[in-house]
Design a protein around this ligand. Sequence first.
Ligand SMILES: NC(=O)c1ccc[n+]([C@@H]2O[C@H](COP(=O)([O-])OP(=O)(O)OC[C@H]3O[C@@H](n4cnc5c(N)ncnc54)[C@H](OP(=O)(O)O)[C@@H]3O)[C@@H](O)[C@H]2O)c1
Length: 240
Amino acid sequence: MYGLTDKGFVVAGGAGVAGECVTLALLRRGARVVVPSRTSERIERLRSGVEPELLPRLHTLVGDVGNPTDAEEIRDRVSAEFGPIDGVVASLGAWWEGNVLTEVPFGTWQRVLHDNLTAHFLVARTFLPELADRPGTVYVALAGIAAIRPIAGSGPISVTGAAQTMLLRTLEVELADAPVRLHEVAVLTPIVTRHWPAGDPVERGWLSGEQVGEYVASVASPDFPDKTSLGLRIPADWEV
Ligand SMILES: NC(=O)c1ccc[n+]([C@@H]2O[C@H](COP(=O)([O-])OP(=O)(O)OC[C@H]3O[C@@H](n4cnc5c(N)ncnc54)[C@H](OP(=O)(O)O)[C@@H]3O)[C@@H](O)[C@H]2O)c1
């Protein structure tokens, strides 16, 4: 297991379902982790799932990374209180299913676009310049299966997921000479965590929160052997 002792991370969306798994895994490997969330309820929910001995290395703050001014304030606070960070994990947006594309209400479209794409743009725009020039830094964005496979009734998240991939590919080209590593990890199954609704079926092969957290923490480690790949997928052999 690659260690992350004393490395500093920001996990944007770290109070969400997938973000919590990543936050826990980073903490368990020795990292210091900052998690911003728009609500104190989400922060409390996150903190309730963290082992007490890890809590001193978890720093939480209320703020909105999906708002450009707030995002910059969060970055400046993190920089002033914790010093330079070594990595950012963007675990933003969420699963959505509802109408077929031609019947998606305009307000829903705009909200999904904001949560699942604009928030990624803002986090990258705000935090990547801080990482870009320093060797050993890493930026990891999470994605889901809808980014790769069109799913009837989930069109908005397929569209934003595909656009998120292109966002990262463009950043990769623009930062070709910078030492920061960029990775996108597509998690291809639902993630079964402590938030999984009681009684809901779990299919064979679906990933646990621990598996996802461990994988993303490995990708975030400077020892991760693949220094360049954007198109990481777990499970690697899952049909899409
Ligand atoms: N959960 C799964 O089973 C699963 C499976 C495969 C892949 N994934 C991937 O994991 C990633 C996160 O999904 P999730 O299931 O963890 O979703 P989630 O539980 O809803 O968490 C998403 C997080 O994104 C943040 N966020 C959303 N919209 C935002 C906005 N407009 N401005 C600022 N922050 C915003 C939220 O932050 P706040 O704390 O501020 O609300 C929230 O904590 C996605 O890329 C998804 O495709 C998840």
